[in-house]
Write a protein that binds this ligand. Structure first.
Ligand code: DGL
Length: 257
């Protein structure tokens, strides 16, 4: 079969990567997608590096076995741990990984104060340190590890007093001075963006890397001659290592809200 007709494979440690899948579908509706969420092994962000590298490779292999033409790592944590390993393994195909959207936040204002919300692993790894160093003259960048936050999304608890209290406790150490921007450096967090925005107020701009990752995927597919011709609407298949009705329902819900 014509390689252009093959699906795009996307994976995450859980349902969070569906926030990236949504951007991909919005930008390239004619493509077919297979999304794999590894909720059984979530969270990744508090695990050891080697373990996340193994899990990321297993998810990639699972998708490769289904004949995908490109891989999108819709997980900041897995990108920071394993993107180079995956690119070395699959040099013949586009492998795109999401990263915290620091650049648009830095450019949004003169010397902004930026809070970067992400998993402990994302903020600890070399990739983020390099990104931070690149912009350290232009902004005040405050890394804010958020262990425990992705679990709210995995439970489908996107609003309510529980998550508000959790966020209030997280933010309290950082809100002594006003924050200009927040970067959502984990693909689960866009699903709780309204609560985050409500707690920080409308003066704080909130950024995430979903759209940028979708644009980069399109650019790489075009470069490799792998874009599908427009005209028909593609299909979206959501798989999850948990394989329960509950997680399937949550996946569909997050795709459609
Ligand atoms: N969704 C993942 C990310 O973008 C991480 C959540 C986790 O497994 O800890 O970083």
């Amino acid at each position: 079969m014509d390689k252009r007709m093959h699906p795009i494979g996307i994976f995450d440690s859980g349902v969070g990567g569906i926030s990236v899948l949504r951007e991909l579908v919005a930008l390239m509706p004619e493509e077919d997608y297979i999304f794999f969420g590894d909720s059984r092994n979530a969270p990744y962000g508090t695990k050891a590096l080697g373990e996340v590298q193994k899990l990321a490779c297993a998810s990639a292999e699972h998708l490769l076995a289904k004949g995908v033409k490109a891989l999108v790592v819709a997980c900041n944590t897995a990108t920071s741990a394993a993107i180079q390993i995956l690119r070395n393994r699959y040099p013949y195909m586009p492998v795109v990984g999401i990263e915290p959207a620091l650049k648009p936040a830095v450019l949004s204002k003169e010397h902004p104060r930026i809070l970067v919300m992400a998993t402990p692993m994302t903020l600890r790894e070399e990739k983020f340190h390099q990104l931070m160093m690149k912009y350290e003259e232009e902004a005040v960048i405050i890394p804010m590890p958020c262990p425990g936050l992705m679990e709210f999304v995995e439970r489908g608890e996107l609003c309510g007093p529980g998550i508000e209290k959790f966020l209030r406790d997280l933010f309290c150490a950082h809100l002594n001075k006003p924050v200009d921007c927040v970067v959502l450096g984990c693909t689960h967090y866009p699903f709780v963006r309204p609560v985050i925005q409500k707690m920080l107020g409308s003066g704080t701009a909130v950024f995430d890397g979903g759209k940028g990752t979708a644009r980069e995927t399109k650019r790489r597919l075009a470069e490799c001659g792998l874009l599908r011709a427009s005209g028909r609407r593609g299909s979206v298949l959501i798989e999850n290592s948990l394989n329960t009705e509950e997680i399937r329902r949550l996946g569909r819900f997050l795709l459609e809200i």
